[in-house]
Every structure is written in C-alpha cells, then in structure tokens.
Design a protein around this ligand. Structure first.
Ligand SMILES: *Cc1c(COP(=O)(O)O)cnc(C)c1O
Length: 333
C-alpha cells in the first residue's frame, strides 16, 4: 500500500473537509447522522473528483514525454473540463472527443462545462454519436497529431484505469486518517459509480487497509450487475498494482442500479429533490448527472430504514456543479 512509489503531480495539497450535515440529517428525521466528504472542493478549475485521478494520470503522461493530452467524455463532462484545466496548468495541449450519449444533446453554445471548454482554450472538440468506440475515436485524433509531430497521450474516459484510480486509493487513505483525527467511525459510505475509478479506488483503499466499512456505489449509467463487474475488475487490478496481495471478495462490491433511470445524464425526480434538499438545508451544490443521483439513492436507503438509529453515514461528494447551469429548465420548472 505504498502509493509513494507511483509518480504524481501533487495537485491535492490538503485533505478535503469531512463535514457533518445537521440540517439535512434533521430533514430526514434525525435518526442517522449524515456526513459529507467535500471532493467538490478539490483544486482544479471548479473542482471535483477527476483532480485526484489526473494527479497520477498526467504524471504518467509527462513521464512518457507527452506534449498533448487527448481524452473523452459526454457533452457536459466534468472529466473533460478538469483534464483540460490541468493540461493548461502543465502547458500541455488538450483535445477532446465528446460522445453524444443522448441524441441531439451536443449544443456548441451550451453553458456549464461546455462554456468552460472554450474559456480554457480547448485545442479541438470532436463530437461522435453515442455508442461509438471511444478508444478508436481518440486513436484517430492521436494519429493525426502524431503526423503533425506532436506526442499525444490518451487518458481513458473518467481517467478510470489502474493509474487514475490510485487517486481514490489515496482518498481512502486520507479518509481513514481523518476518521482517526476526528474520532469518527462511519457505519457506511456512499459513492457515485460511473466510469468506476472512484468506486474501485475507494474499495481498494479500504480493503487494502483492512478497513471493513461497507461501501455502496450508486450507479449513474448502468444496471447494478453490469456495473458491479466493471468495478470489481478495476478494483482487483488496482489491488494488484499496489501490491496489496488481496483477492477481493465479491461481496465488497455493491452497486445499486435503481437511481439513474431514464438513463445517463437524464434527469429524474429523485435527483431534482436531492439537489434542492441539500442546497436548501446546507447550501451545498450537487450535480444533475452524478452526485445528485447518488445522493438520491442514499436518501432513499435512509428513508427505507436501512440504518439503525445513531448510524453515521459518509457521502463522497464528487463535485460536478458546473453542469447545473446546463440544466436550467429541470430546476426552474
Ligand atoms: C466522473 C464523475 C463521477 C463518477 O466517477 P467515476 O470515477 O467515473 O465513477 C462522479 N461525480 C462527478 C461529479 C463526476 O464528474
């Protein structure tokens, strides 16, 4: 579990706060105490979870002599915004391939993350239809840049490979240290589960440190069993890479596919309620695609009475609030 052996850039200078949510906990009946880990406050333009992963991914790119970064995401991708932002910070060019997962959803004049792509000086945007083979599409961009004499490096969607996921092993270790410092023992942890690096890294970090706290992933794009397999494979790869010598028990990977419908990035009433409730009780902004849906899942589980009185629950807030500004009719309606 020695993360110091892996190159990183040092983007995460301080632990992100763990805060108690008194008014929100009260709004849910006050039987359980809900805490939030503020990865929405990570450094990097407008914050969010990809900073922890890019700390390792961009270090790998620089170690390999890259001068250009290529990555991909959906049309309102926080990962694309942060990859571009940290590329600017490092003096690297950045090219984006955007997948139009919802037909007709790419609007070159949209607000939110799309506005930030342009403000941050993206070198090119290639829009491809939903379901396109994203690695192949990024390889096409790379081949063109290589022919122009550039040295491109491809970061996969969400930086969710065994390199980027190390950022969430580091987050798990940071959380364990904070639990000790604050004298807080959590009964359960909730995380959003998308391209899976966050969820897999957290599991690897907790299991690798022999911390037996259940972690529930709330899916944002896939049914539970499909997502579980993806998270499991990546978590095992990460455990192997950090030399934990652990065969991951299947039951450590728990994914709930009940909260993302009607589909990735498409709003649902639970998400809208969750975003409004946290904003109006604690003035903390979630996002419509990831943290809002994951928070809605946690709210539903608490309302179902799954937790004993006095339980302490930690929600990992992965950020994403810039996307709110691309969803005005959803929240003003
Ligand atoms: C990417 C993202 C997630 C999901 O993290 P993964 O590692 O892709 O599973 C959650 N929340 C926000 C705001 C994100 O941008």
């Amino acid at each position: 579990m020695n993360l110091a052996q892996f190159p990183r850039r040092g983007y995460v200078k301080h632990p992100t706060p763990i805060e108690f949510l008194p008014r929100f906990s009260e709004a849910l009946g006050g039987k359980v105490k809900v805490y939030i880990k503020r990865d929405d406050l990570l450094p990097g333009c407008a914050g969010g979870n990809k900073t922890r992963k890019l700390d390792f991914s961009i270090a790998d790119a620089l170690a390999k002599g890259a001068d250009t970064i290529i990555t991909c995401g959906a049309v309102q991708s926080n990962h694309c915004r942060l990859t571009l932002a940290w590329s600017v910070h490092e003096g690297l060019d950045c090219h984006l391939v955007l997948e139009e997962r919802v037909p007709g959803s790419y609007d070159p004049e949209a607000s939110g993350n799309n506005l930030l792509y342009h403000l941050l000086g993206v070198k090119s945007i290639t829009v491809v239809p939903g379901g396109s083979p994203m690695m192949d599409e990024m390889e096409k961009v790379a081949a063109k840049l290589r022919a122009e004499g550039r040295k491109p490096y491809i970061i996969p969607g969400g930086a969710s490979n065994e390199i980027g996921a190390l950022g969430y092993v580091a987050c798990a270790q940071e959380t364990i240290q904070q639990m000790f410092d604050l004298g807080l023992d959590f009964d359960h942890i909730y995380v959003p589960s998308g391209s899976a690096g966050t969820h897999a890294g957290m599991i690897a970090g907790f299991v690798g440190n022999n911390m037996d706290i259940p972690i529930s992933g709330i899916d944002v794009s896939r049914p539970g069993d499909v997502q579980q397999e993806i998270v499991y494979k990546l978590a095992q790869k990460v455990l192997d890479r950090i030399g934990a010598g652990v065969q991951l028990p299947k039951e450590k990977v728990v994914c709930y596919g009940d909260y993302y419908l009607p589909g990735y990035s498409r709003p649902n009433p639970g998400m809208v309620e969750a975003v409004k409730l946290l904003a109006q009780t604690e003035a903390i902004l979630l996002d419509p695609v990831y943290s809002g849906k994951a928070f809605a899942g946690m709210i539903d589980h608490i309302r179902q009475g799954r937790f004993a009185e006095g339980s302490r629950i930690l929600f990992l807030h992965t950020g994403g609030s810039p996307a709110l500004y691309a969803y005005l009719p959803t929240f003003l309606g």
